[in-house]
Design a protein around this ligand. Sequence first.
Ligand SMILES: [Fe+2]
Length: 304
Amino acid sequence: MLIDDIEYVIFRHPDLAAIRQFMLDYGLLDAVQQDDALYLRSYGDAPFSYVTTQGDAAFVGMGFRVASEDALLQLATRFGADITDCPHPGGGRYFHTTDPEGRRLEFVFGARRLEPLPSGGEPIVWNDAHAKNRLGRYQRPGYGPSHIQRLGHLVVFSSCAQQMIEWYGQNLGLKPSELIHDGNEANVLAAFMHLDKGAEWTDHHTLAIVQAAAPGLDHVSFECRDFDDVGTGHMLMQDKGYKHRWGIGRHFHGSQIFDYWTDPAGFHVEHYSDGDMVNADTPTLRYPFGRDTLLQWGPPFPGL
Ligand SMILES: [Fe+2]
């Protein structure tokens, strides 16, 4: 195994105060501000999940937590990169490179983990029509920002999706969980790709690559504590007057309960909960593009 997980996303924003306030309301927390870099953390143990620096708005890239020192060396050798001390909070050793479309990729091993923070009450015990599991106790999630546990995945646009899918497969070991095509299986329009962790269960997608006119970012997605945490976060973001993009609904690929918001610079961020898990034995599925590949229920995708 080369990569344990995706750990952080890298942006540039023209107004750091505005993006900080948006992200605090969205459910991230202050980690540290170093020079012109704003680091925000989740409630989980990652040193940070989001970093943005002052500048023209841009999606810069992503950082991965590498599985071992050996894996770091193996990856650095593959990319012909030098391993140095990691300058980010948590330290450790790292290197950086870029993919063929210019996205910055950082690989870190040995960063100090943070103490996870309390996420507001006990996990939900569900009562459904057939099984009553919560007896004599009330469901009271409380009002406030979502409790983001970790960065979950990125969905990027590519002008040459098939080549990028192959590149991420060959170089990072990502494997397609599900592929979307244009009606002909040979013409892949998008891939939802998971980390290669063998028999270990991993998210249905850590990176999705979608064919588009030009490279870019569709969204960055953060895992919330649970379904109610997505809902209460939605209410707070709505009350604060932020721009909503799409949701609440349940995706098809990955099955997440989703809710999308748009940050002050126009980037989309997703709250999600209840995503699928896959492993090396999960077969790759293929679908033609259509409404059903976007969601199972919820409002229609804006513009479709
Ligand atoms: Fe997503």
